[in-house]
Design a protein around this ligand. Structure first.
Ligand SMILES: Cc1ncc(C[n+]2csc(CCOP(=O)(O)OP(=O)(O)O)c2C)c(N)n1
Ligand code: SF4
Length: 289
């Protein structure tokens, strides 16, 4: 993590804008998980940027006291990449939904993962488009009847964690919004990770997804066994495939050290004989007397 300050309480990280999510929405648990993590880690909100796309989950930056960018639908990852590369000293967090991240935004995922951009992405998966009132999402289950699939979805859902592992994300984890301790510990580990970290939080939408309820998700959640070797990519992939049988493993699937992209760029700049400052520092220098 790039920048910390002296202790603040979780509520100090919440802005004056109160969430307008429906009662029972899983996203509340994720917001609490993020503010509790910020308080625990002593995150400096003046040096933190939370980037989102569009969706109920993507309203997140409004509810935090940090800087925020509410970008276009599906574009949080490339905008966050730009923010981090321009000023690597910032903590950069992306908050996204299953639609935002894997439907319209899916084309950006492989590049952030393979380049190992040093940001954390929290993807709230409710297996539906919430904001637009209940259309099929890429993670909706086969046969799911929605506004846009009145005869049941003919599509197999994508597997977000398998996708991330396939493209080389260096930190991959899953939690459940109804388990605050777990959410906090996973976001903490993700923010402490150097390189790209991806956390899927299963976050029910009680208003538009009547199939994947909080109770049914809770029944599917299983802790990753302590014997799991989180440095073994194939074993991590094996765990994600259990999702096809309705078993959702929670915990850290995979974590390895890999040079983050900001460091790779510095090395390239040195080789090319360029300045070793970040682009942001170089721009600030031009304003100095
Ligand atoms: C370019 C564009 N296409 C479509 C939309 C409509 N739209 C807004 S949010 C959304 C999906 C949101 O679903 P998800 O990301 O899963 O978040 P949730 O609301 O479920 O938290 C869509 C299709 C849009 N705003 N912009
Ligand atoms: S529509 Fe669903 S995702 Fe959106 S705020 Fe309501 S419960 Fe949450």
């Amino acid at each position: 993590m790039a920048s910390t300050v002296a202790a603040l309480k979780a509520n100090d990280y919440k802005s004056e804008i109160k969430p307008i999510w429906c009662p029972g929405c899983g996203h509340f648990g994720v917001l609490n998980g993020v503010t509790n993590t910020f308080a625990d880690l002593g995150v400096d909100y003046n040096n933190t940027v939370v980037v989102s796309g569009i969706g109920c989950s993507s309203r997140f930056p409004f509810f935090l006291n940090s800087y925020g960018v509410h970008t276009a639908h599906g574009r949080a990852l490339p905008v966050a990449t730009g923010v981090k590369l321009a000023n690597p000293s910032l903590n950069v967090l992306v908050v996204s939904g299953d639609g935002d991240c894997f439907s319209i935004g899916g084309g950006h995922v492989p590049h952030v993962a393979r380049k190992n951009i040093d940001i954390t992405c929290i993807m709230m998966n409710n297996r539906i488009y919430g904001l637009t009132k209940g259309q099929l999402s890429p993670t909706s289950t086969f046969g799911h009847v929605t506004n846009t699939s009145p005869y049941g979805s003919p599509d197999e859902p994508i597997n977000p964690l398998l996708y991330m592992l396939a493209y080389g994300a260096s930190f991959v984890a899953r939690g459940f919004s109804g388990n605050p301790k777990q959410v906090k510990s996973l976001i903490t580990a993700a923010m402490n990770h150097v390189g790209f970290s991806f956390v899927e939080i299963i976050s029910p939408c009680p208003t538009f997804n009547k199939i994947d309820t909080a109770d049914s998700f809770r029944d599917m959640m299983i802790d990753i066994p302590e014997s799991h070797d989180s440095t073994d990519r194939l074993k991590a992939i094996d765990l994600t495939i259990k999702e096809n049988d309705g078993e959702l493993y929670a915990g850290i699937y995979y974590q390895v050290e890999r040079t983050p992209y900001t460091e790779q760029l510095q090395n390239i700049k040195k080789k090319a004989g360029g300045q070793d400052k970040s682009d942001f520092e170089a721009i600030i220098d031009t304003f100095k007397p």
